[in-house]
Design a protein around this ligand. Structure first.
Ligand SMILES: Nc1ncnc2c1ncn2[C@@H]1O[C@H](COP(=O)(O)OP(=O)(O)OP(=O)(O)O)[C@@H](O)[C@H]1O
Ligand SMILES: [Mg+2]
Length: 531
């Protein structure tokens, strides 16, 4: 071995080595090893790699008073018998060829080839960031595509503080990496729920610096805007209800949402809800028998039945109590205003999303930021269901589909809420079984602890940006050492912790600015130009 060691293995009574971790001290002159450094151990027989997760400095002295007195109370005075100090590091094993602890061994920085070997495991070819070791060497960190877009796993989660956690940026960088390196055909559908956040993904980000470009280069990605189509429901003037003007519109009629109506009907209690749903299913059957395809025709039919003379509220209309029929009529009539711009009464005003035109390496943004909670929920449910059924039937035009859900905790919280029950179970289903049809869920949220455990249990790759201390206190983070959590709290925007199913330990990676324009950046640039 021609490089100089940076440390020596030591197992003490208080800090023994185990097969999953080892301790080593570093010499006084060593100044680069830090939390997150990857080191290699060699004891002459076997080798292992580890990531430094804890560091502590020790002095031989037990008593702080002695330390002060020996310097005459002056911090700048050096004691004639200067005490010995040492720094001991604890590393979590990343890769090893034995299931035994080290007794002894020398610790080195790995070479570039060795680092590449660590992060370029067989079958892993999608770069999810760049690892920068503290000796200055950088390598792309590759993950296995089948754990990202199926069949082994298909839920990637990105969490971190608003803005500083750079979750959306991380997702867009990862998407550009998947588009650059995936072997199959793959597309992405995302929902814009914040201002103009995702409305300009087709424009290249002009704000990248040399460091960003370097990361793209190392990851072999050409940073550029995506091939994108933006869709939004209509506004009062029949234009797209969006902050961007040149977009495509969609608007649904009865036929398009017939199967989702039970999930948007509301009732005071489960008993009433069941009655309302049953009444709706009967109505749907009758509508189909009578050839009624629009809300206008169905509402007309319902109204005529209600207005027939001689019926009391307890009388039946086609097997349904008149009171329930009336409730159903009122709710369906109210869709017009509750789902304004998204639903239409008339067949000739329907514009469906062109699902069959979804192309390889393209992104669809469905802009719902101007919609209220219930219309948003309907869009999520309907668009996701349409895509899933086409993926299952293999009629989608791509083999793999990525769905990005921002603020996942809002739509899949741990608590039960009847309002979002159907959407949440759909999301759980995607995270658990989407992989078998090539559907992958990328979720982002500020607080991972506020996401349902069924979804968390299916995460195959976790990405953490800068995280608040209060969040880090959740038991979810108990698997990370105190120092690792401290580092996550201090993260800069380009810092992420990557925990991939195939890695034995999480690693720190650098992620660049997004390849495309975010709404907030576009606004800032426009303001700068004006000033
Ligand atoms: N590597 C980076 N270096 C410096 N700035 C970055 C980096 N990545 C992203 N940014 C910038 O940080 C800002 C916030 O990023 P982003 O919108 O991705 O955060 P977010 O976590 O999604 O925020 P929110 O929770 O509000 O959705 C943007 O201006 C973005 O360009
Ligand atoms: Mg965001």
């Amino acid at each position: 071995m021609d490089t100089k060691p940076v440390g020596t293995i030591i197992g003490t009574k208080g800090r023994p080595n185990t097969p999953s971790e080892f301790n080593f001290w570093i010499p006084q002159s060593e100044r680069s090893v830090a939390i997150g450094t990857i080191v290699k151990v060699n004891d002459g027989m076997s080798e292992a790699y580890g990531i430094v997760e804890d560091m502590a400095s020790y002095t031989e002295i037990d008593d702080a008073l002695m330390h002060q007195l020996s310097r005459g109370g002056d911090p700048e005075t050096t004691s004639p018998n200067k005490e010995q100090t040492t720094i001991v590091c604890r590393a979590r094993t990343l890769k090893q060829d034995m299931d035994r602890p080290f007794r002894e061994g020398l610790v080195y920085y790995p070479t570039l080839g060795e680092l590449n070997g660590l992060f370029n495991l067989e079958g892993c070819r999608i770069p999810f960031g760049v690892f920068e070791n503290t000796d200055g060497l950088s390598v792309p960190v590759m993950v296995n595509e089948s754990y990202i877009t199926g069949f082994e796993g298909a839920h990637v989660n990105i969490s971190g503080m608003s803005g500083l956690g750079t979750k959306t940026s991380a997702f867009l960088f990862l998407l550009s990496s998947i588009f650059a390196h995936s072997r199959g055909s793959v597309a992405c559908v995302l929902f814009n729920i914040k201002s103009d956040d995702l409305l300009y993904l087709d424009e290249t980000n002009p704000g990248m610096d040399a460091v960003d470009r370097d990361i793209y280069k190392i990851c072999k990605i050409r940073p550029a805007g995506f091939k994108a189509r933006i869709f939004a429901p209509t506004d009062i003037l029949e234009r797209g209800n969006s902050l961007r003007e040149d977009i495509e519109v969609f608007r649904w009629g009865y036929a398009e949402i017939a199967r989702y109506i039970p999930s948007i009907l509301k009732a005071g209690d489960p008993d009433q809800k069941e009655k309302l749903d049953t009444a709706y299913y009967d109505l749907a059957r009758m509508s189909s028998e009578k050839g009624l395809t629009s809300f206008f025709n169905i509402l007309e039919f319902m109204r005529d039945e209600l207005l027939l003379d001689g019926r009391g509220w307890t009388d039946l209309i086609h097997g349904t109590y008149k009171a329930t029929w009336g409730k159903l009529y009122n709710q369906m009539k109210g869709f017009d205003s509750k789902y304004f711009g998204l639903l239409t009464k008339y067949d000739d005003e329907v514009v469906e999303l062109p699902y069959d035109e979804l192309e390889d390496r393209s992104v669809w943004v469905v802009d719902i930021q101007k919609l209220g909670f219930y219309p948003r929920k309907l869009v999520f449910e309907k668009v996701i269901s349409e895509l899933v059924s086409r993926l299952e039937a293999k009629t989608l035009g791509v083999d793999k589909l990525i769905i990005f859900m921002d603020e996942l905790n809002k739509y899949a919280p741990p608590s039960h809420s009847t309002d979002i029950a159907s959407l949440k179970s759909r999301l759980i289903d995607i995270s658990a079984r989407g992989r078998s049809v090539g559907l992958s869920l990328f979720g982002a949220e500020q607080f991972k602890s506020k996401v349902d455990a069924n979804i968390l249990g299916n995460i195959s790759t976790d990405i953490y940006g800068k995280t608040k201390e209060a969040e880090l206190m959740d038991p979810l983070y108990n698997k990370f050492s105190k120092e690792l959590k401290e580092k996550m709290r201090r993260f800069k925007k380009d810092d992420k912790l990557l925990d991939h199913e195939l890695f034995d330990a999480p690693v720190f990676v650098k992620m660049p600015r997004p390849p495309c324009m975010l709404g907030s950046d576009r606004m800032r640039i426009a303001r700068e130009v004006v000033v």
